[in-house]
Design a protein around this ligand. Structure first.
Ligand code: GRF
Length: 220
């Protein structure tokens, strides 16, 4: 029997995406195990979720380091200590340098709460509302050295409705995040998803530039 895919999850806050992974694994829908959860904040609720699920945790406080590179070196060492097949950024609120990103190329994923390439960076939902967009959403992508810029894997769209605030929109997008992030990890765990020549490949076919549109029929 082959070993399940080993995941390491990095987070800074609530960890609702971590919870989605925990729940999908428990339900038998994701052939993986979470080897460890790492936070840069000791007070992250996500660490409590991990502990409740019996998952090892570690805290690396970025404030203890003089530079991003020094933090990234320590972070990488902790990640590698958990020997992951795949590293999941789930609300990890630090900008990562090539020191961290390069050694993990092709096995580092992020979820961003916008329809990338729209709105990299922060305040994505307010920016979508301010622009009068008809839809918002979230994107799972491979992480490269460009902030929120790596090849997209899967994207979920959510209609903007009259009266939406950034908070109401964020809540509906988050529900979709909890579906598409474990889905992308499942594809990886099944050996179906790869980063090749700066393209995200699923079943040896390049995915569209914005990723697979969730809910758009096969492939699943
Ligand atoms: C999510 O909206 C994710 O897209 C963004 O940070 C948030 C994390 O939420 N990168 P949670 O900590 O998983 O609840």
């Amino acid at each position: 029997m082959t070993e399940p895919c080993r995941l390491v999850v990095l987070l800074s806050g609530s960890g609702s995406n971590l919870q989605a992974f925990i729940d999908e694994i428990a339900a038998g829908a994701l052939p993986a195990r979470i080897a460890g959860v790492i936070s840069n904040r000791a007070d992250a609720l996500g660490l409590e979720r991990a502990a409740r699920a019996g998952i090892a945790t570690a805290v690396i406080d970025h404030k203890r380091f003089d530079s991003r590179e020094a933090f990234d070196t320590a972070l990488l060492a902790q990640v590698e200590a958990f020997a992951p097949d795949l590293v999941i950024l789930a609300g990890f609120m630090r900008i990562l340098t090539p020191v961290f990103v390069r050694p993990l190329a092709g096995r580092l994923l992020n979820i961003h709460p916008s329809l990338l390439p729209l709105y990299p960076g922060l305040n994505t939902h307010q920016r979508a509302l301010d622009a009068g967009d008809a839809a918002a959403g979230a994107t799972v992508h491979f992480v490269t050295e460009e902030l929120d810029g790596g090849p997209s894997i899967v994207q979920a769209r959510v209609d903007v409705v009259p009266g939406d605030s950034a908070a109401t929109l964020a809540a509906r997008v988050l529900e979709q995040e909890h579906r598409i992030y474990p889905l992308a990890a499942r594809w990886f765990a099944q050996g179906r998803l790869q980063l090749r020549d700066h393209r995200a490949m699923l079943d040896n076919e390049p995915l569209p530039a914005t990723g697979y549109l969730y809910g758009d029929g096969p492939p699943c």
